[in-house]
Write a protein that binds this ligand. Structure first.
Ligand code: ADP
Ligand code: GN1
Ligand code: MG
Length: 375
């Protein structure tokens, strides 16, 4: 992965930058953030009166998002829709939604001479992006913001959205892919991770849970974010509110429970996603409660009683699915998620399975907490 970043540090990045209309003189360009998918850079420009302007520049992951043009159409449509609502609500559309900076040819992306797709966003100043919860109140505020995001998009015409990754949270289908990866064992790693494989195989019912209900027509498909981890939200430094939901690549029809659940798996964990000391990892019930309260409030009465009841299941399914995806990638030779050390995906999968096991022991408590807010 580092190699890819260095490759763009020279001529190519100059070519890319030259095809956007950034204001001022480029002072610095540096790799940015901890996303697992795109290559993100922070560009710092200085204009004549020494004022600095910053931009986010991203090389989109074409291997994962195979239809970048359609993806950017989603992003443009969703952000213009949000912009209108933010203005109606008296908010600041420059900071409360992503703002795409078009390329010089007017398109919302630039295709470089090697065929890679790039896009740029206004950098949202005076905000922080957290990889772990530092203050419980911040987690509550992130919940309100993710809930609000869903509420604002409640009447968005879902059928007009492109499905940027087919079956993204089809956990049942991902279980089948996992079994194929174990079978194929292309890297010869399966024998060394037998415990982790058995953990997944023993929970096929978790993988099937939402798919079965969807088939029976018992769940509502909504416009959801589908990647609601804490580092996909910018927190305002002054107000400490979740000011802007970012990383809109996976906005698609989905389940409210999954948006809730993905936030819990990442933010209610007492350790980092790749913590190697599993004794430090559990699902914190205080954080779980704060997020439950914030998310339900943020959704502003849009959630059905049944959806609220199923929130703990969303947490378990998303955590299980994510662990299974990390393990699948480990078995397939680390081709999907960016890794920064040899067994990174295996380490990541272990934290997720530790969290699932912990949620199983806390199941009644989680159900009780959710019940309190289900009126
Ligand atoms: P990935 O899909 O790789 O996770 P993201 O779109 O989430 O990519 O961006 C990676 C990181 O870059 C984010 O976690 C955040 O720290 C930073 N980032 C992205 N967009 C912005 C923005 N508009 N303003 C400030 N920071 C941003
Ligand atoms: C990826 O792009 P990023 O880093 O926000 C992944 C999510 C996983 C997450 C695990 C498009 O999110 O689905 O839950 O890593 N995004 C994609 O940290 O696969
Ligand atoms: Mg991200």
């Amino acid at each position: 992965m580092e190699i890819r970043v260095e490759m763009v540090a020279g001529e190519l990045i100059n070519e890319v930058i030259g095809n956007f209309s950034f204001q001022g003189v480029l002072r610095e360009s540096a790799p940015w953030g901890n996303g697992h998918i795109n290559d993100t850079f922070l560009l710092t420009y200085q204009n004549e009166d020494k004022k600095e302007t910053r931009y986010i520049l991203q090389r989109m992951n074409k291997g994962i998002f195979t239809q970048p043009v359609e993806l950017m159409e989603n992003v443009m449509n969703v952000t213009s829709y949000l912009r209108k609502i933010i203005i109606e609500n008296g908010g600041d559309p420059e900071r409360e939604t992503l703002n795409v900076i078009p390329a010089k040819d007017g398109k919302p992306f630039y295709v470089d001479s090697t065929g890679e797709y790039w896009r740029s966003y206004v950098y949202i100043e005076d905000t922080t992006c957290f990889d772990q919860v530092e203050k419980p109140e911040d987690f509550y505020e992130s919940a309100v913001a993710f809930g609000n995001f869903q509420r604002m998009l409640a009447d968005y015409p879902a059928e007009t959205l492109h499905e940027t990754i087919k079956g993204f949270h089809d956990t049942k289908a991902r279980f089948a892919v996992f079994k194929q990866a174990v079978e194929a064992d292309v890297c010869g790693r399966a024998a060394s991770v037998k415990d982790e494989i058995d953990f997944v195989l023993a929970r096929e019912d978790v993988a099937d849970y939402f798919g079965d209900l969807l088939e029976k027509g018992e769940l509502i498909l909504r416009v959801t974010h589908n990647d609601t981890k804490l580092n996909n939200i910018m927190m305002d430094n002054k107000t400490r509110k979740g000011i802007c939901v970012i990383d809109l690549d996976t906005v698609m029809p989905g389940l409210a429970m999954n948006d809730f659940g993905d936030s819990i798996r990442f933010g209610a964990s007492t350790g980092a996603e790749d913590e190697t000391d599993l004794d430090k990892i559990w699902c914190d019930m205080e954080l779980f409660e704060l997020y439950t309260k914030g998310f339900i409030e943020g959704c502003g009465g849009k959630l059905a009683k049944r959806e609220i009841e199923l929130l703990p299941m969303g947490a378990k399914v998303m955590t299980f699915e994510c662990g299974m995806r990390f393990l699948t990638d480990y078995l397939q030779g680390d081709t999907y998620f960016k890794i920064h050390r040899e067994h990174h995906n295996l380490e990541r999968c272990r934290t997720q399975f530790k969290l699932v096991a912990d949620m199983e022991t806390k199941w009644d408590t989680m159900a009780e907490i959710v019940k309190k807010y289900n009126y």
